[in-house]
Design a protein around this ligand. Sequence first.
Ligand SMILES: Nc1ncnc2c1ncn2[C@@H]1O[C@H](COP(=O)(O)OP(=O)(O)O)[C@@H](O)[C@H]1O
Ligand SMILES: [Mg+2]
Length: 255
Amino acid sequence: MNTPASLQSKRRAESVIVRTRDVCKEYRKGPIVTQALRGITCEIRRGEFVSIMGPSGSGKSTFFNIVGALSTPTSGRVLIDEVDVAQLSNDELAYIRCKKIGYIFQSYNLIQAMTALENVMTSMLFAGVIADDARRRGMRLLDRVGLKDRWFHLPKQLSGGQQQRVAIARALANEPRILLCDELTANLDLATGQQIIDLLVRLNREEGVTIICATHDYRMLDQSDRIFWIRDGQIEKIQNRDEVRIQVGRIGGRA
Ligand SMILES: Nc1ncnc2c1ncn2[C@@H]1O[C@H](COP(=O)(O)OP(=O)(O)O)[C@@H](O)[C@H]1O
Ligand SMILES: [Mg+2]
């Protein structure tokens, strides 16, 4: 029996977790106008691992902020779970930012006066988790990112890689279905960067978390289902992993 067309299109829609339509973003600073995004239309499917690759200044962080409902486009639409973000009330936006999306910022954004554990607990307390549960879960998350013995350290007592792991544990605190990462490995040494990538891959493959990474780390390419190449605020091309494997092989071959 044929599946009715309406059901087919519903199934297709269900599998899309983030959809953008002709998203543009302008920044104005006095007389200077920067066109950071110039019409980005894309779909990201549930459970996908997508890398946003592009040179510095190409609009990756701007895209990150807009897809994460942290800033609004100048024009165009962003749908998360098929809901237009622009239609949401402040409370609904706060809910999405707190529960549905985990953010890992390039600069970590940890609270300096709080220990690693307190930083991780904060997002859970915001989400209404009681303190004892938040503490237990926070400890488990820090164990998971390899920081078992650093629960009570302040950010300034941790290396860059360790701070990044705290930021990852915090981003995972409320079990988000989407994890947004901005230049995750940019400030890490090679070995730590690889461990962090492996952790993301496990989250993606074992727990089905949708991962969207702005990056220019070529090691991410081989782990990504698709790569969006962005240049001057536009998607230049989208590649599947198979096409990229060949390229990574070639890059490796030349090195
Ligand atoms: N808050 C801002 N105000 C003005 N211009 C900005 C701002 N943020 C980014 N830009 C500009 O927008 C463009 C895209 O920046 P960004 O999204 O940060 O790129 P990327 O993350 O790829 O390096 C750049 O030209 C940058 O200078
Ligand atoms: Mg950036």
